[in-house]
Design a protein around this ligand. Structure first.
Ligand code: GLU
Length: 284
């Protein structure tokens, strides 16, 4: 009787100890789960965007991000399971985009990024989600440049690593005095202070500059369609799963009207006549 009482007490003690251990274990798991969903490295997505393209990808002086590409990135991230506060934007200048993706510094690049075969040797794309065309921006009082051939012998600015610079060299105006700057804002400054005579890149980007309050009356677009520039979302080569998910997100963005809304809000003020959303062709 006595023995059995001791045994019972011991059994209860063991049971309590086990329960305590179990509780301790689950409490620890719960704490680490909370930590993870509270924003550890595992729970954010890094997206490369442009920082100097008003209407498309812009970092404002107060540290906010605006533009059509930012809205597309935010929509796609949400479909992938990331809320806006889980997105970390990183600057992706034109010449660095493939490297940023290949090195794993960013998961996605949403940065006026034209899909082409040269780039597809290094990265994959989802999309396209936008169709732009190369155009020219000149000073408002300039009447000497109205077409691509007029650029020959002129000082022309374009950005290193962009399709625009490549197109000038290979077909549009091989005799232009091409200056390749690292970013678009540098080209714009050059155009304003007459270091260059024209700036060439996608009309979508140029329209954003021309419409900026501080640039009103200073510049004009030639209104040309010198090339087709289908924008895609860059991602790691071979990541089929991510490509499929991003394509699905883009399709949904168009179908639920968010694409048009973002377009009107971001490029409407610049009076840019955008093409309708293109068919998604990557990955199929
Ligand atoms: N869309 C072109 C490109 O991807 C020009 C704009 C840019 O440099 O981002 O090269």
């Amino acid at each position: 009787m006595k023995i059995s009482k001791v045994a019972t007490t011991a059994a209860i003690a063991v049971a309590l100890a086990l329960t305590a251990t179990a509780c301790g274990g689950s409490a620890k798991d719960a704490a680490s789960d909370a930590g993870a969903s509270g924003g550890t490295a595992k729970d954010k997505i890094v997206v490369g965007i442009k920082y100097d393209q008003p209407g498309l990808g812009l970092k404002t002086p107060d540290g906010k991000y605006t533009g059509f590409d930012v809205d597309v990135a935010t929509y796609v991230a949400k479909e992938l399971g990331y809320q806006p506060d889980q997105i970390e934007f990183k600057q992706a200048v034109s010449a660095e985009r493939e490297n940023l993706i290949a090195n794993g510094d960013v998961k996605l690049v949403v940065a006026t990024y034209t899909i082409n075969d040269k780039r597809k040797a290094k990265v994959d794309f989802a999309g396209p989600y936008f169709l732009a065309h190369q155009d020219l921006l000149v000073r408002a009082d300039d009447t000497s440049i109205t077409k691509a051939e007029d650029l020959n012998k002129k000082k022309l600015c374009s950005v290193a690593g962009s399709t625009s610079a490549q197109n000038v060299k290979t077909k549009l105006a091989p005799d232009a005095d091409l200056r390749e700057y690292p970013g678009y804002s540098e080209c714009l400054t050059g155009l304003e202070n007459k270091a260059v005579d024209a700036l060439t890149t996608d009309g979508s980007i140029l329209a954003g500059y021309a419409a900026q309050e501080k640039n009103k009356g200073k510049f004009k677009l030639a209104g040309l369609k010198l090339s087709d520039e289908p924008y895609g979302i860059g991602l790691k080569k071979g990541d089929k799963d991510l490509q499929t998910k991003v394509n699905a997100a883009l399709k949904k963005m168009v179908e639920d009207g968010s694409w048009q809304k973002a377009m009107d809000a971001n490029l409407g003020p610049a009076d840019y006549k955008a093409e309708p959303a293109p068919q998604i062709t990557e990955g199929s």
